[in-house]
Design a binder for this molecule. Structure first.
Ligand SMILES: Nc1ncnc2c1ncn2[C@@H]1O[C@H](COP(=O)(O)OP(=O)(O)OP(=O)(O)O)[C@@H](O)[C@H]1O
Ligand SMILES: [Mg+2]
Length: 278
Protein backbone atom coordinates (compact mmCIF):
# COMPACT_ATOMS: atom_id res chain seq x y z
CA UNK A 1 0.00 0.00 0.00
CA UNK A 2 1.27 3.45 -0.90
CA UNK A 3 -0.06 6.74 0.37
CA UNK A 4 -0.77 9.84 -1.61
CA UNK A 5 -0.10 13.10 0.19
CA UNK A 6 -2.95 15.60 0.38
CA UNK A 7 -1.62 19.12 0.05
CA UNK A 8 -3.10 22.59 0.10
CA UNK A 9 -1.63 25.24 -2.11
CA UNK A 10 -0.49 28.33 -0.24
CA UNK A 11 -2.46 30.57 -2.55
CA UNK A 12 -5.64 28.85 -1.37
CA UNK A 13 -5.75 31.05 1.74
CA UNK A 14 -5.89 34.12 -0.43
CA UNK A 15 -8.53 32.50 -2.61
CA UNK A 16 -10.63 31.81 0.49
CA UNK A 17 -10.50 35.44 1.53
CA UNK A 18 -11.13 36.86 -1.91
CA UNK A 19 -13.76 34.43 -3.15
CA UNK A 20 -15.69 33.46 -0.03
CA UNK A 21 -16.18 37.07 0.94
CA UNK A 22 -16.86 38.32 -2.55
CA UNK A 23 -18.89 41.17 -1.12
CA UNK A 24 -15.70 42.57 0.33
CA UNK A 25 -17.51 44.89 2.73
CA UNK A 26 -18.32 41.76 4.74
CA UNK A 27 -14.84 41.99 6.20
CA UNK A 28 -16.02 44.80 8.50
CA UNK A 29 -18.74 42.56 9.89
CA UNK A 30 -16.22 39.74 10.43
CA UNK A 31 -13.80 42.02 12.32
CA UNK A 32 -16.50 43.59 14.49
CA UNK A 33 -18.02 40.21 15.32
CA UNK A 34 -14.60 38.84 16.27
CA UNK A 35 -14.31 41.76 18.70
CA UNK A 36 -17.76 40.94 20.11
CA UNK A 37 -16.77 37.30 20.58
CA UNK A 38 -13.61 38.49 22.37
CA UNK A 39 -15.78 40.31 24.96
CA UNK A 40 -14.93 43.79 23.71
CA UNK A 41 -17.11 46.64 24.94
CA UNK A 42 -15.75 49.20 22.46
CA UNK A 43 -14.85 48.80 18.81
CA UNK A 44 -13.35 51.72 16.94
CA UNK A 45 -13.25 51.60 13.17
CA UNK A 46 -11.10 54.14 11.42
CA UNK A 47 -11.38 54.37 7.65
CA UNK A 48 -9.23 56.50 5.41
CA UNK A 49 -8.27 56.16 1.74
CA UNK A 50 -5.01 54.51 2.84
CA UNK A 51 -6.07 52.10 5.57
CA UNK A 52 -8.89 50.56 7.60
CA UNK A 53 -8.25 49.96 11.27
CA UNK A 54 -10.51 48.03 13.65
CA UNK A 55 -9.47 48.37 17.28
CA UNK A 56 -11.15 46.55 20.15
CA UNK A 57 -10.71 46.40 23.91
CA UNK A 58 -11.49 42.70 24.12
CA UNK A 59 -9.44 40.01 25.82
CA UNK A 60 -6.59 40.29 23.31
CA UNK A 61 -4.39 37.35 22.47
CA UNK A 62 -1.27 35.85 23.93
CA UNK A 63 1.08 33.66 21.90
CA UNK A 64 -1.32 30.71 22.10
CA UNK A 65 -4.18 33.00 21.12
CA UNK A 66 -2.29 34.20 18.05
CA UNK A 67 -1.59 30.61 17.07
CA UNK A 68 -5.31 29.99 17.40
CA UNK A 69 -5.97 33.08 15.28
CA UNK A 70 -4.01 31.60 12.39
CA UNK A 71 -5.40 28.12 12.79
CA UNK A 72 -7.43 27.87 9.61
CA UNK A 73 -10.87 26.38 9.88
CA UNK A 74 -10.70 25.86 13.64
CA UNK A 75 -14.13 25.03 15.07
CA UNK A 76 -13.02 26.44 18.44
CA UNK A 77 -15.99 28.74 18.88
CA UNK A 78 -18.48 25.97 18.16
CA UNK A 79 -17.09 23.92 21.02
CA UNK A 80 -17.18 26.87 23.45
CA UNK A 81 -20.66 27.62 24.72
CA UNK A 82 -20.23 31.28 25.68
CA UNK A 83 -17.64 34.05 25.91
CA UNK A 84 -15.90 34.06 29.32
CA UNK A 85 -16.63 37.63 30.51
CA UNK A 86 -20.09 38.61 29.26
CA UNK A 87 -21.32 35.08 28.47
CA UNK A 88 -22.12 36.12 24.91
CA UNK A 89 -23.32 33.58 22.36
CA UNK A 90 -20.30 33.34 20.09
CA UNK A 91 -20.94 34.42 16.51
CA UNK A 92 -17.91 32.87 14.80
CA UNK A 93 -18.00 29.28 13.74
CA UNK A 94 -15.84 28.54 10.71
CA UNK A 95 -12.38 29.75 11.74
CA UNK A 96 -11.80 31.62 8.48
CA UNK A 97 -13.41 35.04 9.02
CA UNK A 98 -10.02 36.71 9.47
CA UNK A 99 -9.24 36.13 5.81
CA UNK A 100 -12.23 38.23 4.75
CA UNK A 101 -9.83 41.17 5.08
CA UNK A 102 -7.94 39.87 2.07
CA UNK A 103 -10.92 40.71 -0.12
CA UNK A 104 -10.05 44.40 0.22
CA UNK A 105 -6.34 44.74 0.91
CA UNK A 106 -2.90 43.46 -0.01
CA UNK A 107 -1.72 43.21 3.57
CA UNK A 108 -3.18 43.11 7.09
CA UNK A 109 -1.57 43.45 10.50
CA UNK A 110 -2.86 41.99 13.75
CA UNK A 111 -1.58 43.92 16.73
CA UNK A 112 -2.68 42.41 20.00
CA UNK A 113 -2.04 42.69 23.71
CA UNK A 114 -2.99 40.45 26.60
CA UNK A 115 -1.46 41.19 29.99
CA UNK A 116 2.30 41.34 29.58
CA UNK A 117 2.25 39.96 26.07
CA UNK A 118 2.08 42.28 23.07
CA UNK A 119 2.87 41.42 19.46
CA UNK A 120 2.19 42.17 15.84
CA UNK A 121 1.72 39.63 13.08
CA UNK A 122 1.72 40.64 9.42
CA UNK A 123 -0.01 38.81 6.60
CA UNK A 124 1.25 40.21 3.33
CA UNK A 125 -0.16 38.57 0.20
CA UNK A 126 3.01 39.15 -1.83
CA UNK A 127 5.34 37.81 0.89
CA UNK A 128 3.01 34.87 1.49
CA UNK A 129 3.09 33.87 -2.15
CA UNK A 130 6.86 34.41 -2.45
CA UNK A 131 8.08 32.29 0.44
CA UNK A 132 7.82 28.88 -1.19
CA UNK A 133 6.51 26.24 1.15
CA UNK A 134 7.11 28.11 4.40
CA UNK A 135 3.83 28.39 6.28
CA UNK A 136 5.09 31.10 8.65
CA UNK A 137 4.21 34.70 9.26
CA UNK A 138 6.49 37.38 10.71
CA UNK A 139 5.75 37.84 14.43
CA UNK A 140 7.14 40.90 16.16
CA UNK A 141 7.12 40.84 19.97
CA UNK A 142 6.52 44.32 21.37
CA UNK A 143 6.73 45.93 24.79
CA UNK A 144 3.24 45.98 26.35
CA UNK A 145 1.56 49.38 26.29
CA UNK A 146 -0.13 49.93 29.67
CA UNK A 147 -2.25 52.77 28.32
CA UNK A 148 -3.61 50.69 25.48
CA UNK A 149 -4.62 47.80 27.73
CA UNK A 150 -5.79 44.40 26.49
CA UNK A 151 -7.26 44.18 23.05
CA UNK A 152 -6.66 43.68 19.37
CA UNK A 153 -6.20 46.05 16.44
CA UNK A 154 -6.45 44.76 12.90
CA UNK A 155 -5.15 47.14 10.24
CA UNK A 156 -5.75 46.68 6.53
CA UNK A 157 -3.05 48.23 4.38
CA UNK A 158 -2.64 48.75 0.62
CA UNK A 159 -6.38 48.76 0.08
CA UNK A 160 -7.74 47.31 -3.15
CA UNK A 161 -11.35 48.43 -2.62
CA UNK A 162 -12.97 51.65 -1.49
CA UNK A 163 -16.05 51.74 0.72
CA UNK A 164 -18.64 54.41 1.30
CA UNK A 165 -19.10 55.18 5.02
CA UNK A 166 -22.91 54.85 4.63
CA UNK A 167 -22.51 51.38 3.19
CA UNK A 168 -20.20 50.37 6.04
CA UNK A 169 -22.66 51.80 8.56
CA UNK A 170 -25.51 49.78 7.04
CA UNK A 171 -23.47 46.57 7.09
CA UNK A 172 -22.65 47.07 10.74
CA UNK A 173 -26.26 47.78 11.71
CA UNK A 174 -27.38 44.66 9.89
CA UNK A 175 -24.59 42.22 10.58
CA UNK A 176 -23.36 42.88 14.10
CA UNK A 177 -25.10 42.65 17.50
CA UNK A 178 -25.38 46.41 18.10
CA UNK A 179 -28.30 45.96 20.47
CA UNK A 180 -26.25 43.81 22.84
CA UNK A 181 -25.41 45.39 26.17
CA UNK A 182 -21.86 46.61 26.76
CA UNK A 183 -21.14 46.77 23.05
CA UNK A 184 -20.46 50.05 21.27
CA UNK A 185 -19.17 50.43 17.71
CA UNK A 186 -17.82 53.72 16.34
CA UNK A 187 -16.95 54.58 12.77
CA UNK A 188 -14.47 57.47 12.44
CA UNK A 189 -15.50 58.61 15.91
CA UNK A 190 -19.26 58.45 15.35
CA UNK A 191 -21.25 55.92 17.35
CA UNK A 192 -23.33 53.59 15.21
CA UNK A 193 -26.78 53.07 16.65
CA UNK A 194 -29.17 50.27 15.82
CA UNK A 195 -32.12 51.08 13.59
CA UNK A 196 -35.35 51.95 15.30
CA UNK A 197 -38.59 52.01 13.36
CA UNK A 198 -41.81 53.50 14.57
CA UNK A 199 -45.13 51.96 13.67
CA UNK A 200 -47.63 49.43 14.96
CA UNK A 201 -45.55 46.71 16.62
CA UNK A 202 -46.79 43.13 16.89
CA UNK A 203 -44.53 40.91 19.01
CA UNK A 204 -44.56 37.18 18.50
CA UNK A 205 -43.18 34.03 20.03
CA UNK A 206 -43.51 30.78 18.13
CA UNK A 207 -42.47 27.27 19.05
CA UNK A 208 -40.76 25.47 16.19
CA UNK A 209 -39.14 22.07 15.97
CA UNK A 210 -35.80 23.93 16.27
CA UNK A 211 -36.79 25.75 19.45
CA UNK A 212 -38.64 28.99 20.15
CA UNK A 213 -38.37 31.85 17.67
CA UNK A 214 -39.24 35.35 18.81
CA UNK A 215 -39.43 38.76 17.22
CA UNK A 216 -41.76 41.48 16.12
CA UNK A 217 -43.58 42.58 13.01
CA UNK A 218 -43.85 46.32 12.49
CA UNK A 219 -46.49 47.91 10.28
CA UNK A 220 -45.12 51.26 9.18
CA UNK A 221 -47.36 54.24 8.51
CA UNK A 222 -47.66 54.67 4.74
CA UNK A 223 -45.76 57.97 5.04
CA UNK A 224 -42.58 56.15 6.12
CA UNK A 225 -42.97 53.07 3.92
CA UNK A 226 -39.91 52.60 1.77
CA UNK A 227 -38.82 50.16 -0.90
CA UNK A 228 -35.33 49.99 0.65
CA UNK A 229 -34.45 46.99 2.82
CA UNK A 230 -37.77 45.25 2.35
CA UNK A 231 -38.88 42.23 4.30
CA UNK A 232 -38.44 40.52 7.60
CA UNK A 233 -34.95 40.06 8.95
CA UNK A 234 -34.02 36.55 10.03
CA UNK A 235 -31.50 36.80 12.83
CA UNK A 236 -29.32 34.30 14.59
CA UNK A 237 -27.57 35.50 17.72
CA UNK A 238 -28.71 39.06 16.89
CA UNK A 239 -27.01 39.06 13.51
CA UNK A 240 -29.07 39.24 10.32
CA UNK A 241 -28.46 36.19 8.17
CA UNK A 242 -31.24 36.75 5.65
CA UNK A 243 -34.22 38.88 4.66
CA UNK A 244 -37.36 37.06 3.63
CA UNK A 245 -40.91 37.85 2.62
CA UNK A 246 -42.53 34.74 4.11
CA UNK A 247 -45.12 34.54 1.34
CA UNK A 248 -45.96 38.27 1.36
CA UNK A 249 -44.41 38.77 -2.08
CA UNK A 250 -47.87 39.09 -3.63
CA UNK A 251 -48.97 41.97 -1.44
CA UNK A 252 -47.70 44.51 -3.91
CA UNK A 253 -47.02 47.99 -2.60
CA UNK A 254 -48.28 47.18 0.89
CA UNK A 255 -45.19 45.06 1.34
CA UNK A 256 -43.14 48.23 1.81
CA UNK A 257 -45.04 48.85 5.07
CA UNK A 258 -44.14 45.51 6.65
CA UNK A 259 -40.88 45.21 8.54
CA UNK A 260 -39.77 42.97 11.29
CA UNK A 261 -37.23 40.65 12.71
CA UNK A 262 -37.30 37.05 13.87
CA UNK A 263 -34.61 35.59 16.05
CA UNK A 264 -33.92 32.23 17.55
CA UNK A 265 -33.56 32.29 21.31
CA UNK A 266 -30.77 29.85 21.94
CA UNK A 267 -27.40 29.50 20.29
CA UNK A 268 -27.48 27.35 17.22
CA UNK A 269 -26.00 27.07 13.80
CA UNK A 270 -27.19 29.16 10.92
CA UNK A 271 -27.74 26.03 8.93
CA UNK A 272 -30.45 24.57 11.12
CA UNK A 273 -32.17 27.93 11.44
CA UNK A 274 -32.37 28.47 7.72
CA UNK A 275 -34.43 25.32 7.39
CA UNK A 276 -37.01 26.45 9.92
CA UNK A 277 -37.27 29.91 8.47
CA UNK A 278 -38.73 28.59 5.21
N1 LIG B 1 -10.45 40.60 17.88
C1 LIG B 1 -10.06 39.44 18.41
N2 LIG B 1 -9.71 39.35 19.71
C2 LIG B 1 -9.32 38.16 20.25
N3 LIG B 1 -9.27 37.00 19.56
C3 LIG B 1 -9.62 37.03 18.26
C4 LIG B 1 -10.02 38.24 17.61
N4 LIG B 1 -10.28 37.96 16.33
C5 LIG B 1 -10.07 36.64 16.17
N5 LIG B 1 -9.67 36.06 17.33
C6 LIG B 1 -9.31 34.64 17.52
O1 LIG B 1 -8.93 34.12 16.25
C7 LIG B 1 -9.77 33.04 15.86
C8 LIG B 1 -9.99 33.07 14.37
O2 LIG B 1 -10.88 34.10 13.99
P1 LIG B 1 -11.77 33.90 12.69
O3 LIG B 1 -12.64 35.08 12.52
O4 LIG B 1 -10.90 33.53 11.56
O5 LIG B 1 -12.64 32.62 13.03
P2 LIG B 1 -13.95 32.46 13.95
O6 LIG B 1 -14.40 33.79 14.44
O7 LIG B 1 -13.63 31.41 14.96
O8 LIG B 1 -15.01 31.86 12.91
P3 LIG B 1 -15.65 32.59 11.60
O9 LIG B 1 -14.85 32.11 10.43
O10 LIG B 1 -17.06 32.11 11.55
O11 LIG B 1 -15.50 34.05 11.80
C9 LIG B 1 -11.02 33.18 16.71
O12 LIG B 1 -11.63 31.92 16.91
C10 LIG B 1 -10.48 33.78 18.00
O13 LIG B 1 -9.96 32.75 18.82
MG1 LIG C 1 -14.74 35.42 13.13
Amino acid sequence: MEYLPVTVDKSHLITIGERLYSESIELIRELVNNAYDADATEVHIKMTDEFIEVRDNGTGMDREGLKQYFNIGSPEKISKAKSPVFHRDLIGQFGIGKFASLAACECFEVHTQKGDFAAKVTFDKKEWEKEGDQWNLPLQILPPDKERGDGTTVTLLRLTKAFEPEEVMRKIVEGTPLKASNFVVRLNGVRITPRSLSGHRIPFLEGTEFGPVHGEIIILPSSTASPVELGIEVKVKQVTVKRKFFGLEHWGKTLSRIRGGACRFSAGHHRSFRVCSG
